[in-house]
Design a protein around this ligand. Structure first.
Ligand SMILES: Nc1ncnc2c1ncn2[C@@H]1O[C@H](COP(=O)(O)OP(=O)(O)OP(=O)(O)O)[C@@H](O)[C@H]1O
Length: 701
């Protein structure tokens, strides 16, 4: 029986074909799967650049181009085009096997030949060329072949290389682009997943090369799978991962492992692939978890899409951390009465008064969360010795005694009232799990890990057996929008040697990414492992492959002017063909987000609140910046970036109260705007009224 592969680039075009042509393609290739080689009407086109190209009739007007190796019966569908275009395509392109990665590559050989002379003329006049510092041997070792090498040698500018992406062989382009972005050959190798010192691959064995290229070619196993691929042609990530992503998702790890990377680098996609991979192995239940219900709902949808059989689906449980702790708690104690925020504040306030302590209720609440609970402090003596890193206000031993007295009173009050906070439920659930003879999960996959609190990490540690592939952690500390800071090492979760950083941004344009990174420049951000992160902009190679318009920044006199202009902007996007569901609005407060909805509706534009209708696809969705986490839209407008709204004064500790916490709070507010900006795939619009937010200083004149 013939084996059929489908090229990712074709799938991208498939959605744009007319429905009747799509149906015909599906029908032919479903039959193709069952046919024998002899039964296929494959035609060898004249003048094809690659002797292994064949065309196949779809209907009177359309033909498919198929890569058919000389021997064997594995075929790869590359294109479906109108009749003449299909023949022209076959004359311009050729397939080859990359010597370093062993993967199949397609290039537009005619475009390379046509562009090279003009580039060579320009290079003769240029003082320097792009790859002057790279020697031929290194380039060859990275899989660059003769035609691409000749091309690379006449490049003088990275913009020329970017333009050549459409026609150079993919892995060779990746290697060149990595070098141009400042990566060393070794880093490029690592990213491409090349084993050092390996013999070059056999460039004649096309069938093996196709099998080695899951990120570019999906091999379908039977007509059902084929139909499934054609039904979800846009969910490309479902089947294709970049080699760097693939390696992490499918690796075997001796213990906890972690994937980091900037926004849109595919951490969530990798986490989902990993969960399904672990479930397929069948060693035991897999928990996929994160920190909020909105995020866990989108992970659930991802698992549904990716799990390829009901058995795999059934082995995966998606549950956010508080849900897990509540479930464990409730199994033993029944329903828990939860202390509300306001009630908690009232208790602390009463204690401050009663003890006549020189602290505010906010200071005590944070000291309890970020020192006492974070380090499992259970006595005055332990508290005296506890590390208070990250807490700005120093405390002498007399003051510590006072704090401990307050904490003791507070915990006593919780016990007396039989009420719980999310943290104390988590602590109790952890205790209950530790008592059990067996762990409920064999693997845990955590997404958006940067926002979990130490008590939640302990819960997860207690919920999974220690061992191979136990914990897989995806996160980015630059996107931390809540207060938790942890050192995984101190929590007994060692990821040293099992940490990978992804560097290619698949979501945002280079312009939006550069602007958003500019906003974080200079911030010193931790790496969740007791050190400082190198900083996104310092990491060679963090890049986006797509270009677009730079973000648009606009200031207005009043809020009314700003919101009217927002309605105008959204109207422009809709007129340009962007669907309402592909537009997102973010504001710092719920109130401003709701005002935006009212103004849009008044302008006749359907708009819904992200909090109430997170999945509304037929309306523009508006919400707080916090709600934007984990989502993405073609166009994003961030409103209310005004002096007194961003940073939000209620979220920032006054500098006189605690300078260090003040600085951390400001950083978190900056990260929040960064998260909101990086949700935009194509266009980003930022606005304010009155004086602009200090975060925009340097961008606004
Ligand atoms: N290899 C790939 N090829 C094409 N698209 C990809 C690939 N990997 C990820 N994507 C797409 O890029 C976008 C971002 O992916 P994802 O949400 O996993 O990134 P992330 O790193 O978790 O982002 P963030 O940290 O900002 O939430 C998604 O639309 C995803 O489908």
């Amino acid at each position: 029986m013939p084996k059929l592969g489908i090229d990712k680039d074709f799938l991208r075009d498939f959605g744009k074909l007319e429905r009747s042509v799509q149906d015909r393609v599906t029908e032919i290739f479903a039959k193709f799967e069952q046919a024998t080689h002899a039964g296929l009407h494959l035609e060898k086109p004249n003048n094809a650049r690659d002797p292994r190209f064949r065309t196949i009739r779809i209907d009177k007007f359309w033909r498919g181009v198929v890569l058919a190796p000389e021997a064997g019966d594995s075929f790869t569908l590359l294109k479906v085009l109108p009749h003449d275009d299909a023949y022209t395509w076959a004359q311009r392109h050729r397939a080859s096997v990359n010597t370093a990665t062993g993967r199949i590559e397609i290039r537009d050989g005619a475009a390379i030949d046509a562009t090279l002379p003009e580039l060579a003329r320009m290079a003769d006049r240029a003082p320097r060329r792009l790859f002057d510092d790279a020697n031929d041997a290194d380039l060859r070792r990275l899989g660059v072949d003769e035609q691409t090498l000749a091309f690379a040698r006449v490049l003088t500018d990275v913009v020329q290389l970017e333009a050549a992406r459409a026609f150079l062989p993919q892995n060779q382009w990746d290697a060149l682009y990595g070098l141009a972005a400042g990566m060393t050959p070794e880093q490029v190798w690592a990213e491409l997943g090349v084993t050092a010192g390996r013999e070059p691959y056999d460039t004649e064995d096309i069938t093996a090369a196709v099998e080695r290229t899951p990120e570019q070619v999906v091999l379908v196993d039977g007509p059902d799978e084929l139909m499934e691929v054609f039904r979800h042609p846009f969910a490309l990530w479902k089947v294709y991962l970049h080699p760097a992503q693939y390696r992490v998702a499918y690796a075997a790890f001796g213990g906890p492992a972690r994937v980091t990377g900037g926004p849109g680098t595919g951490k969530t996609v990798v986490a989902l692939h990993r969960a399904c991979h672990l479930a397929r192995q069948g060693a035991g239940p897999v928990l996929v978890t994160t920190f909020t219900s909105t995020l866990s709902a989108s992970l659930e949808a991802g698992v549904r899409l990716l799990a390829d059989s009901p058995e795999v689906r059934d082995r995966i449980v998606v549950r956010h951390v508080d849900q897990l702790s509540y479930q464990v708690f409730a199994e033993r104690h029944g329903r828990a009465a939860i202390l509300r925020d306001k009630e908690e504040k009232d208790i602390w306030r009463r204690i401050v008064k009663q003890l006549d302590a020189p602290f505010t209720e906010t200071f005590l609440a944070e000291e309890w969360r970020h020192v006492v609970l974070a380090q499992q402090v259970t006595s005055a003596a332990e508290y005296l010795k506890a590390k208070r890193e990250g807490r700005g206000r120093g405390l002498g031993s007399r003051q510590k005694a006072q704090v401990w007295q307050a904490v003791w009173e507070f915990e006593e009050e919780l016990r007396r009232r039989r009420v719980w906070t999310y943290e104390t439920i988590c602590v109790e659930a952890t205790r209950l799990l530790r008592e059990r003879p067996e762990r409920p999960y064999r693997h845990i996959v955590v997404d958006e890990a940067q926002d979990l609190h130490p008590v939640q990490w302990r819960l997860l540690r207690a919920a999974v057996s220690e061992g191979l592939d136990d914990l897989f952690i995806a996160g980015d500390t630059h996107q931390r929008i809540y207060q938790s800071r942890v050192s995984l090492r101190e929590l007994g979760i060692g990821v040293a040697g099992r940490s990978t950083r992804l560097t290619i941004n698949y979501r945002t344009t280079a312009e939006i990414l550069a602007w958003s990174l500019g906003m974080l420049r200079g911030e010193r951000i931790d790496d969740m492992d007791g050190g400082l992160d190198a900083g996104l902009d310092m990491v060679a190679g963090y890049r986006s492959q797509v270009h677009g318009r730079p973000p648009e920044l606009r200031g207005f006199r009043t809020q009314k002017d700003e919101l009217d202009a927002l309605a105008g902007k959204v109207g422009e996007w809709l007129d340009a063909g962007v669907a309402p569901g592909e537009i997102g609005i973010a504001a710092r407060s719920n109130m401003l987000s709701d005002s935006a909805i009212t103004v849009l509706e008044r302008a006749g534009i359907p708009a819904r609140s992200l909090a109430k209708a997170p999945d509304a696809e037929d309306a523009v969705r508006s919400g707080t910046m916090h709600r934007m986490k984990g989502l993405e839209f073609r166009c994003v407008a961030i409103i209310g970036l005004s002096e007194h709204q961003v940073p939000s004064s209620s979220a920032v500790t006054p500098v006189r109260e605690d300078p260090l916490t003040h600085a951390q709070d400001l950083q978190r507010e900056r990260c929040l705007v960064f998260v909101a900006c990086t949700r935009a795939r194509e266009q980003l619009h930022l606005s304010w009224h009155g004086t602009a937010s200090p975060f925009l200083a340097g961008f606004v004149t």
